[in-house]
Write a protein that binds this ligand. Sequence first.
Ligand code: GLC
Length: 543
Amino acid sequence: MGHGEPHWWQTGVVYQVYPRSFQDSNGDGVGDLRGVIQRLDYLHETLGIDAIWLSPFYPSPMADFGYDVADYTDVDPLFGDLATFDELVSAAHARGMQIIIDYVPNHCSDQHPWFVESRSSRTNPKRDWFIWADARPDGSPPTNWIGPFGGSTWTWDETTGQYYLHIFLTEQPDLNWRNPEVQDAMLDVLRFWLERGVDGFRIDALHNLMKDLELRDNPPHEGTLATHRTHGEAFDSQQHIYEFDLDDNHEPIRAMRAVLDEYEAISPRVAIGELHIFDLQRWARYYGDALDELQLPFNFGLLNTPWNATAVRALVDAIEAAIPLGGWPNYVIGNHDEPRIVSRIGAAQARTAMMLLLTLRGTPTLYYGDELGMRDAIVPAERMQDPWGIRMGDAQFSRDPARAPMAWDDSTTGGFCADGVEPWLPLAPDHATTNVAAQSADPHSMLNLTRALLQLRRSSPALKSGAYHPADDVPEGVYAYRRSAGDDRYLILLSFIDQPVTLHLPDLHDAEIALSTSMDREGRVGAGGVELRGHEGLVVRLG
Ligand code: GLC
């Protein structure tokens, strides 16, 4: 953190809304922007989050559910229109909440007018807005690159007799960021939304932005990519060095940040970037040598780390050490691309994970529904929607289960859409009990735990922006750390094991339990120390 007061994006909590799945307001079984407006009081008053990140709502053929953008400066009729978007921004701002939107610079839809022009002829002025290359002499694609959704990253275009590059789906051609016209046009997109009052961007797939100029083949890779969720054998069989995390990614990111900085005098804006980079040294470079790139390069470490005290502590400490001076950490335990936290690690563990997320030093991003401990939905093969799952022909790759509609109540449609309307994806199997209404009424619920954590965080300078110090003298299976800002001091104790353990730390002597993940105890800690039950987490206020 620099001098002076921390920014909203440092002290605040970001909440990710996947618009398709949050609230349907017009009876088509798909969530929309009006639906988000209807739920602002939930987000602000009931829950108490600070910023909303909206996944894409732009006009799109929905090959990748909006991550295939056909117009960067409008709203898909499925989600509403620009007037509704403006209303959402005003309504959020009126409540003191910020709006962060998804910006997808790496690729657009093959229906985007830019690509339609580009593919119309080799001499079209937009030809070089995308990445075209000749076939090899045997007719095969220009490189051996395999995309994260499986298969070659190249598609042959019959009309003009060349291949075009698409890291993701065939329907998502990659923009050529080496072309200054593309840069200018895409930076204007940022200005368009900044003028409309957005407070920041979550920038998609930044690791892929630049590609090797010489289009060299990726070398082979043996074994599995340890830190990565598998993307299938073919993808994992390559070292992705020529289309992933290139050194020249940083220049266009600095250009994006410079645009945000043009608006900084009006109000502080944030650039959050999606980076699946797990080499922390390489990852930390995205803060920028002069802290002039991303304020929050997404840190996905907790999504892949084995759920034990040693591994989690080692990860957090390594992240703290990797971040450049003046850089600010951030943490994520779920998003629209990953299985739900409860389904990954278990229900009790998800409570500890929530306590971890909301008490670490850094900005937390909370995925919608994780505040309830929503589980992955069970999606029958014939209802599979995700192109990744469909393309791989394998449900294990489908991201549908984590994108199930938000469960608001115990009705058949969970309050997500009107009765009798079929939601675009089935609700999670336990939605009759795991929903906002039921959990609001239960003092021990995950929702009430999340609310209490958010409240505590808001009231505490130590938790919002204080220092982080891991504690060494704790039993195995426990991860403990102190957070402090002046006199405001907390000790967080997290159990990663089934058995109870007793802790005797010197400063527990004069301490008070502020919150347990079980929501069933408070009060002073006696001379005998404190017993931590299996998978319990405690926030302890130090005297
Ligand atoms: C990012 C998004 C993911 C999308 C992909 C391609 O990884 O988070 O949902 O499928 O980019 O746009």
